[in-house]
Design a protein. Structure first.
Lengths: 305, 69
């Protein structure tokens, strides 16, 4: 297979683009896709310092690498979930990445905020692990950005993540979730930091290939709690569709963003206020994170069954 | 050739030459879900593998995400 740009030996075939690229031209393609995403959604400016939420996986470290290489000022945020050796290894990957590039890495322990590491939270609350973990991460990302004075948080969500989330929302007609599905969520409250997803135009295969070709040492092993997660099942369904019809995921997500999302956006009208317990932004009197932390505290102390 | 699979990590021996696409088909793996690596280089689906090759078939799927956007 030949590179579309130079005719050299290709390293990656992108069936949805009907193209293949050699390593240098794939890296060029990848960075251009990120630049287009940043420009299209006006995600951030060169004056800002971007807080990049990193997990040690391919997506977030690839994102951090692209932003550094493009000359943006960045800092990393690693959230230590306390998931046994998986967290130890992923933290080490992030620390090594940051040190090698002279970048600041902030580290927050979920256990310090919620009262217990994710495995204990899962046992104590009997919630799906990814749900409690996701809630904690969104909360802590926002809080850490505010505390350190960053105006924007960038996450490594890719095209597959976004298509799978959209698929899940549509499967259950979660019309309240649809307007929030966007590559860029603006700050709608002084205590709510802008959240952006500069990799939304790139597939998992592409982020993995970029990380590999750039020599990024990322954690390949899956999170031990990911097995059986609904989001994985949705990705598998979409992967089969993609195999039969390249571009399906792209069309599903981009069609939604361009044509369907605006209709749901108009329908959303949510009043934001500050949580009575922690002061972070919420739609109720007490935020979901404080409710979670309170439940964990009561269950782990044996107060409530 | 030796094929290294991940999650969980294991190794299998495969006899004969074939294209990457055929190998993945035999293993029941969709090509868009893995990187195929030989000698620290990525292989496309039309590459021929076999003999003394050592291949790593590395999954690209990130696992388990909260459904909230």
């Amino acid at each position: 297979m030949k590179c579309r740009k130079c005719g050299g030996s290709a390293a990656l075939e992108l069936r949805r683009h009907n193209a293949a690229f050699c390593p240098p031209h794939f890296i060029e393609f990848f960075r251009k896709q990120v630049a287009d995403a940043v420009h299209r959604y006006r995600m951030f400016s060169r004056e800002e310092i971007i807080m990049v939420a990193v997990s040690g996986g391919k997506d977030s470290l690839a994102l951090w690498d692209v932003l550094i290489e493009d000359g943006y000022r960045t800092a990393g945020l690693y959230l230590d979930l306390g998931i046994f050796d998986y967290s130890k290894e992923s933290r080490a990957k992030c620390e090594a990445f940051a040190a090698a590039r002279g970048q600041t890495l902030h580290v927050e322990r979920v256990a310090d905020a919620v009262g217990a590491p994710i495995p204990v939270v899962q046992q104590a609350t009997r919630r799906p692990t990814c749900s409690a973990c996701g809630l904690s991460k969104r909360y802590l990302m926002n809080r850490a950005a505010l505390e350190h004075g960053y105006t924007v948080v960038a996450t490594g969500h890719n095209l597959d993540d976004e298509a799978a989330t959209l698929f899940g929302s549509v499967m259950h007609w979660q019309t309240d979730a649809l307007p929030r599905q966007s590559p860029a969520l603006p700050s709608t409250h002084p205590k709510l930091v802008r959240r952006v997803k500069p990799l939304y135009r790139l597939s998992e295969l592409e982020t993995a290939a970029y990380a590999f070709l750039r020599g990024i040492d990322y954690i390949v092993e899956e999170c031990p709690f990911a097995q059986g997660a609904t989001s994985i099942a949705h990705k598998e369904v979409l992967n089969r569709l993609e195999e039969a019809s390249p571009g399906s995921k792209h069309n599903f997500l981009f069609g939604f963003l361009d044509r369907a999302r605006p209709a749901f956006e108009r329908a959303e009208d949510v009043a934001l206020q500050e949580c009575a317990s922690c002061g972070q932004v919420t739609t109720g009197a007490v935020c979901a994170f404080c409710k979670l932390a309170d439940l964990v505290k009561r269950r782990t102390s044996g107060e409530t069954p | 050739m030796k094929v290294i699979l991940r999650n969980p990590r294991r190794e299998i021996d495969v006899d004969g030459k074939r294209r990457v696409k055929e190998l993945l088909g035999e293993l029941g793996i969709l090509p868009s879900t893995v990187l195929v690596i030989r000698d620290n280089e990525l292989l496309t689906s039309d590459a021929v593998v076999g003999g003394d090759d050592v291949l790593e078939v590395r999954p690209v799927m990130s696992g388990g995400r909260d459904a909230t956007p």
